[in-house]
Write a protein that binds this ligand. Structure first.
Ligand SMILES: Nc1ncnc2c1ncn2[C@@H]1O[C@H](COP(=O)(O)OP(=O)(O)O)[C@@H](O)[C@H]1O
Ligand SMILES: [Mg+2]
Length: 333
């Protein structure tokens, strides 16, 4: 006798032709459901699929082995029920070569079988973490040295901008972080290029219309509306019969200030942010220190952000790392 699946499990088993994300606690039957889906696809009467046409990816080798075993058991059970079914019989044989594997092993499999199509050396191997870290450090050191030696104005500015006080390790950490973060995108080089363009604004207005300024505004808008919601709740509490009425006036005032900020900082509006900030400064009693900081925003943009643009393009770490790999492992002619 098989498992009696719950209605939710059954739904996951039956759903076809779309992406599905199943999130459930450990031991709640995710693997069982996945195995059942696979068995149904393999043993479907109208469109039977060969098991080695599926790609089944798990996080660990142990999970992959468990999955293969569970599918094998399922197939054997089906074969007991239909001893004459040659399709199922064949699947038991095909299962040995089925791609039930971790994502790392699958990528390796793909590269080993298609290295020629992307011009990869067939003798390639996977570097271990420690080795990668050493190479990154070496590439970075060479790159920074060469950049200093070149006397490039852009690089000098980059150093000035990112490591005030001349702490080079800060710049190095920035470069490594950025490189690692970029590597988590499908097209790291493209992502880096787009981020570089973020610094391409020629005026405060252009900066305000840029994708990151819009993102920032949307972020602030959400932050503010969250604050407004909470303060409105506080206001209700203050107004309750036995509420702390003495805070009411203060809460009212703060709510008014927050609400006044909302519409002008909405993502859909593109007025001059400098103007808005000026209004903020005069309209509300903002601490002197903050007022000074806000006032310097425009100066900061003109002095630093515009000038930093060439600096953004001056450090080519990914290229340097590739170059070092080629030098270290490349075949000598
Ligand atoms: N509806 C169900 N009825 C009875 N047993 C179930 C049911 N769903 C799952 N199980 C059993 O519960 C155990 C854990 O399921 P499993 O698929 O390994 O969970 P998960 O992958 O979510 O950790 C397995 O022995 C499985 O056969
Ligand atoms: Mg599981």
């Amino acid at each position: 006798m098989g498992i009696q699946f719950t209605p939710d499990q059954q739904k996951v088993i039956d759903l076809r032709d779309c992406n599905i994300l199943v999130s459930a606690a450990a031991g709640s039957g995710k693997t069982a459901v996945l195995v059942e889906r696979i068995l149904r696809m393999i043993c479907d009467d109208s469109h039977p699929v060969d098991v080695d046409r599926l790609l089944i990816v798990t996080f660990t080798n142990a999970a992959a082995a468990e999955m293969r075993e569970r599918i094998r058991l399922g197939l054997e059970k089906k074969l007991e029920e239909h001893p004459d079914n040659t399709h199922i019989e064949r699947q038991v044989t095909l299962l040995h070569n089925a791609l039930i594997t971790t994502i790392d092993s699958f990528c390796l499999f793909l590269l080993r079988n298609h290295f020629n199509e992307i011009g990869l050396d067939p003798a390639f191997r996977i570097a271990d973490e420690g080795e990668v870290r050493l190479m990154q450090g070496e590439a970075l050191e060479e790159l920074i040295e060469a950049s200093y030696a070149s006397g490039s104005e852009a690089f000098r500015y980059c150093v000035e901008f990112f490591c005030p006080g001349g702490r080079e390790s800060v710049l190095e950490q920035h470069i490594l972080n950025l490189s690692r973060y970029a590597a988590s995108f499908p097209w790291p080089a493209r992502w880096l290029k787009e981020r570089k363009e973020d610094y391409g604004a020629a005026s405060v207005e252009q900066m305000c219309a840029s994708s990151y300024a819009l993102w920032l505004r949307e972020h602030l808008r959400r932050l503010l509306s969250g604050c407004v919601e909470k303060l409105e709740r506080v206001q209700e509490l203050c107004e309750a019969p036995d509420g702390p009425y003495m805070y009411g006036e203060l809460v009212d005032r703060e709510l008014e200030q927050l609400k006044a900020l909302m519409p002008t900082w909405g993502a859909e509006q593109k007025e001059d942010m400098g103007e808005e900030i000026l209004n903020l400064r005069t309209k509300y009693a903002i601490k002197l220190e903050d007022r000074k900081r806000l006032g310097r925003l425009k100066d900061f943009f003109q002095r630093d952000l515009i000038r930093s643009n060439p600096g953004m393009t001056s450090v080519k770490f990914r290229e340097a790392l590739e170059e070092l790999k080629r030098r270290t492992f490349g075949k000598e002619d």
